[in-house]
Design a protein around this ligand. Structure first.
Ligand SMILES: Cc1cc2nc3c(=O)[nH]c(=O)nc-3n(C[C@H](O)[C@H](O)[C@H](O)COP(=O)(O)OP(=O)(O)OC[C@H]3O[C@@H](n4cnc5c(N)ncnc54)[C@H](O)[C@@H]3O)c2cc1C
Length: 557
């Protein structure tokens, strides 16, 4: 069995940022990732990362915009940290070699983003995530960090109320191994694959959240799923909000900029939940174009499109067959971001000793019911760094706890059963059924009867998943078996989302219920906490929202 002081699971921005913090202080921290680090979804981030730099801007204004964007569900002490620490964190990245576009004075250029009262999104063309990920990865390499990549984490060892390590499966060899640790950080990203038509990498299957939940760790606010307003109609591939930041319009079939009806001041740059609902309403009421809305960038001109949005240009040509220099791009809302996740405090600590989480797998909560564009990359670096600092302090004076070796056996047996199953179900087909069902029944607009249909479907799929059989029975690089395990993870996450969404009888941020169309602060200004009980059933309780400075107000854009 391997033994390391700190195991960081996940090599996206949150994991790498925490790692740099630990490694530069000489701490024995390793990274475990199911893909090579630079294949993490962070590398797909396009539009920007927020920080108030301009002399006419202020972090206090970023603070308020984020609280308002969260529909008052975000914890304000955490949002204050996110926004006040933002500028120093971006400058840190710059010192580590991350490049941002410049303005005429040579400072960091910033573009407008949705729901923000000032242009404060720092960017690198439309590939900021790629730049940040590679920059941080270089630093992790500089500190000669041990990286176990193509290692899949299946379990979390919890002993006497303390986390003592993880169970890993080496995808290359098919061998299970435990890694004992004093502290474990999950920076495992989101669960976009719960839905069809999503913007996420195929690897975003909520593994960390599912593994934590099974180990008894609660997840917070899972009913809040962000639907991004502009994803390519045919594939769900993202078209960054940066396109609207640069001045793109949304048009319906009548050629009307319909956002004037829904958000007369902010128009296309209202908060994402509002724009996504506006589009879906236009489509539902028959003013869509072939089930989509049109995003028009033509007026920006060829030069600006090629300079600021080169990736969008190419993605539209390659995946939608449309050249945005000459034609509007057909787009529709698509599942994009996980607002909920493993509940942590402002230093990444979860409710279980020795266990930390940061980035999209965590719920601090800074995004509340709706995340603002550009705030997630910021969340990964601010709270990744803070988690690193707090883990360094925690491990200083403690010993290793007892690793629960029975878990390795448990997971080995699960995989062996799968490998030898003679069932007649295929995980790929079950996944498609789940994703379509979640899109239709727990999507942009929700209501009780539809969500109950989704729960019935999930129960059916749980039964059928017992009969999953594999086409590939081998040990070496068997992606069939990994995908089967990932399917079980998204199935569990889907259940938590659907049950939480039925429970929350109000509309707030991204959670909109036709049967409860108003926000209800009297009864629902609180976070949901989901746990698995002894019988494997999802149970909920609540925890209060931290309000420090801004009392809830009506939210208009
Ligand atoms: C297309 C797209 C564009 C975006 N654009 C922006 C933007 O412009 N601005 C912004 O603020 N946000 C943006 N976001 C959101 C933002 O990019 C993500 O929320 C953020 O990068 C997540 O980083 P992370 O480190 O938490 O996780 P990720 O980058 O998703 O990394 C997760 C890591 O966990 C590992 N992992 C997961 N499960 C396991 C397992 N079982 N075993 C081992 N390893 C595992 C993976 O290998 C990976 O290394 C965008 C998201 C998408 C999908």
């Amino acid at each position: 069995m391997l033994k390391h002081d700190v195991v960081i699971v996940g090599a996206g921005l949150a994991g790498l940022r925490a790692c740099v913090e630990l490694r530069k202080n000489g701490i024995d921290a390793i990274i475990v990732s199911k893909v090579y680090p630079t294949r993490s979804h962070s590398g797909a981030a396009q539009g920007g990362v927020n920080a108030a730099f301009d002399k006419d801007d202020s972090w206090e204004s970023h603070f308020f915009d984020t609280v308002k964007g969260s529909d008052y569900l975000g914890d304000q002490d955490a949002i204050e940290i996110l926004t006040s620490e933002a500028p120093a964190n971006i400058l840190d990245l710059q010192k580590m070699g991350v490049i941002f576009n410049r303005n005429d004075e040579g400072g960091i250029a910033q573009r407008p983003f949705g729901g923000q009262s000032f242009p404060r999104s720092c960017y690198y063309a439309d590939a900021v995530g790629h730049m940040m990920l590679h920059g941080l990865f270089d630093n992790v390499l500089k500190y000669k960090t041990k990286i176990l990549y193509e290692y899949f984490v299946t379990g979390l060892s919890v002993n006497n109320g303390r986390v003592t390590g993880v169970v890993t499966y080496d995808i290359k060899t098919g061998k299970f191994e435990g890694i004992a640790a004093k502290a474990v950080l999950f920076a495992t990203g989101g669960y976009g694959q719960v839905y069809s038509s999503n913007t996420n990498a195929l690897i975003n299957t909520g593994d960390g959240m599912a593994v934590a939940l099974r180990a008894g760790v609660p997840l917070m606010d899972m009913e809040f799923v962000q639907f991004h307003p502009t994803t390519l109609k045919s594939t769900g591939i993202l078209v960054t909000e940066g396109a609207r930041g640069e001045g793109a319009y949304l048009l319906n079939s009548l050629g009307v900029r319909f956002m004037s009806k829904y958000a007369p001041k902010a128009m296309e740059l209202a908060s994402r939940d509002i724009v996504a609902r506006a589009e879906q309403t236009e489509i539902n009421e028959g003013r869509g174009v072939d089930g989509a809305i049109l995003l028009d960038v033509r007026h920006l001109g060829k030069e600006r499109i090629m300079e600021r949005l080169p990736q969008i240009l190419q993605l539209s040509i390659d995946f939608e067959g449309v050249n945005p220099i000459y034609e509007p791009i057909p787009i529709r809302p698509g599942a994009h971001y996980s607002m909920g996740g493993i509940k942590t405090d402002n230093d990444g600590k979860t409710l279980v000793e020795g266990f930390y989480s940061a980035g999209e797998s965590a719920c601090v909560s800074v995004h509340g019911a709706n995340r603002l564009g550009g705030n997630s990359l910021l969340d990964t670096v601010v709270f990744g760094r803070r988690a690193g600092i707090s883990i360094a302090k925690y491990i200083k004076d403690i010993d290793y706890g007892d690793f629960d070796g029975s878990l390795v056996k448990r997971d080995e047996e699960i995989f062996e059963r799968l490998r030898n199953s003679k069932g007649n179900e295929r995980h790929g087909l079950l996944k498609t059924e789940l994703q379509e069902d979640m899109r239709k029944n727990v999507g942009v607009f929700r209501e009780r009867s539809l969500m109950e249909n989704a729960i019935k479907k999930i129960e059916e799929l749980k039964e059928r998943s017992k009969n999953i059989a594999l086409d590939d029975k081998s040990k070496l690089f068997n992606t069939d078996i990994i995908e089967a395990f990932e399917f079980n993870n998204i199935l569990l996450i889907a259940e938590v989302i659907a049950r939480g969404a039925v429970l929350r009888k109000e509309s707030r941020g991204a959670h909109y219920r036709n049967d409860f169309p108003e926000r209800d602060d009297e009864n629902w200004l609180k976070h949901t906490l989901a746990r698995l009980n002894g019988k494997g059933k999802v149970e909920f309780n609540f925890t209060p929202v931290k309000i420090t400075k801004f009392k809830p107000q009506p939210r208009t854009y």
